[in-house]
Design a protein around this ligand. Structure first.
Ligand SMILES: NC(=O)c1ccc[n+]([C@@H]2O[C@H](COP(=O)([O-])OP(=O)(O)OC[C@H]3O[C@@H](n4cnc5c(N)ncnc54)[C@H](O)[C@@H]3O)[C@@H](O)[C@H]2O)c1
Length: 413
């Protein structure tokens, strides 16, 4: 059977997927698009060193779009996946998008409807769900080992200040400079939803005060965010993310049930406490290192999680049922992101509680069809909201000039 022809849109983070396609038994890397020529040149170098001389290189999306491809990985800007993805689905391509799923509630509805209309495969590259420990938490939760979930924590506290020049290039309009405190909620929310299979139904959002050290690097809303979420079974879930200083691991996940608890110890080990029917507080404690589900994932990035997203995308297209069950579909992908959008609405409204719709239900979609609330002017139109409710001063041009200088000189932030 001919290999699947796959294109990659965005060759920064997209290189993670490119590398996995270079010697893939089922898929061929045929085209890549990035408007930044040095980024594209780096991709060409990697592909040619791997002996691939038939890849097409584009700086323009329209030319890339017209290339003969069965499927596309979208690793472009985090707030622009949905519109490009919808065009690709409507042209008959399968897609996998990097984080995040959508920038607005309107896009959430439109993306779901494009997947349904096209009948093509959509998967979401939420790699934090797939480390061996987090997958073990999923297997054991779903087996009932800790009973019914009552409380969960998901944390992704990543201080990116030292690499800010390298990931924002001194661009005022870069999505990382113009986002808001609860936008990048996927790595804290995603794994908990993946482990438990529970849907979020209600959210209140909170944000910290501003961090001058990030404003000094060009972040217009330099604060961290928290979502307090109610899950469909009544459990409560604290999701925390952002980039303040910390001396604990970058990511933290824990599940507390009515018969036990589990925690990712962030060193490759899981801690599990389980108790039986008449064993109150006298149960069993275990600490161990789960093995990866697939050996090939062992040395891939983000604790081994990077392998699975591309692997399950390809295998889902090929009709592998196990892969389809393990890949993240569009409904769950939306559930992993819209709590962050709605949490910012909550923050703008004195932290009020906001219902999270179940967009699987067609009748719940109409209320959001025109909802473009967000902090990105080109997406929000007349529903634009400032990304900083605390009234920080606008960032002067001189800061972006200095960050750009550091990016070009290879200096840290
Ligand atoms: N899951 C993870 O662990 C993880 C890690 C890093 C980044 N990401 C995600 O990957 C995506 C890309 O992030 P990044 O770190 O590479 O930084 P980025 O968002 O700055 O890079 C996007 C790349 O796409 C290119 N691009 C964007 N729009 C384009 C267009 N219209 N035409 C041509 N090229 C275009 C840019 O030139 C750039 O090289 C984001 O969605 C981000 O959230 C995920």
């Amino acid at each position: 059977m001919a290999k699947l022809k796959i294109g990659v849109f965005g060759a920064g983070r997209g290189m993670t997927m490119v590398r996995q396609l270079l010697d893939n038994p089922d898929a061929e890397f045929v085209a890549v698009c990035d408007k930044h020529q040095p980024t594209l040149d780096n991709c060409r170098k990697v592909a040619e060193e791997a002996g691939m001389d038939k890849v097409a290189y584009y700086t323009n999306f329209e030319d890339f779009y017209n290339h003969d491809m069965d499927a596309v990985v979208l690793a472009n800007y985090a707030n622009e996946h949905a519109p490009f993805g919808i065009r690709l689905l409507d042209s008959g391509r399968h897609i996998m998008t990097e984080c995040l799923t959508c920038a607005t509630m309107k896009e959430a509805v439109e993306l779901i409807e494009a997947v349904e209309r096209s009948g093509k495969v959509y998967t979401y590259a939420e790699n934090y769900c797939y480390t061996p420990v987090r997958w073990e938490m999923r297997e054991r939760y779903r087996r009932g080992d800790i009973g019914e979930l009552m409380y969960a924590e998901g944390e992704y506290v990543h201080d990116c200040s030292s690499i800010w020049p390298q990931i924002t290039y001194g661009e005022r309009d870069h999505w990382r400079n113009q986002d808001y405190s609860t936008f990048y909620c996927t790595h804290s929310i995603g794994p908990i939803l993946s482990m438990t299979g529970l849907r979020p139904v209600k959210v209140s959002g909170f944000e910290t005060q501003n961090r001058p050290f990030m404003w000094n690097l060009g972040a217009a809303a330099p604060c961290a965010g928290m979502e307090l979420i109610t899950l469909e079974n009544g459990a409560i879930f604290k999701s925390l993310h952002g980039g303040f200083k910390h001396n604990s691991p970058q990511a933290n996940y824990q599940l507390n049930g009515d018969r036990g608890a589990m925690k990712d110890l962030a060193n490759g080990q899981i801690a599990v406490y389980t108790e039986g029917e008449n064993e109150n507080c006298r149960g069993k404690h275990e600490i161990y290192e789960p093995k990866p589900i697939i050996d090939a994932s062992a040395n891939t990035g983000h604790g081994g999680g990077d392998y699975y997203t591309t692997h399950y995308f390809i295998q889902s297209i090929l009709g592998n049922e196990v892969a389809r069950e393990r890949a993240i579909d569009v409904y769950t992908a939306v559930d992993m992101c819209i709590p962050g959008i709605l949490a910012y609405k909550s923050i703008c409204n004195d932290n009020c509680s906001i219902k999270i719709p179940n967009l699987r239900n067609k009748e719940e979609r109409d209320a959001y069809r025109n909802d473009t609330f967000c902090t990105y002017p080109h997406i929000a139109g007349d529903q634009y909201v400032p990304n900083n409710i605390q009234g920080f001063e606008p960032v002067p041009d001189s800061i972006y000039e200095e960050v750009r200088r550091r990016w070009l000189a290879g200096e840290p932030g």
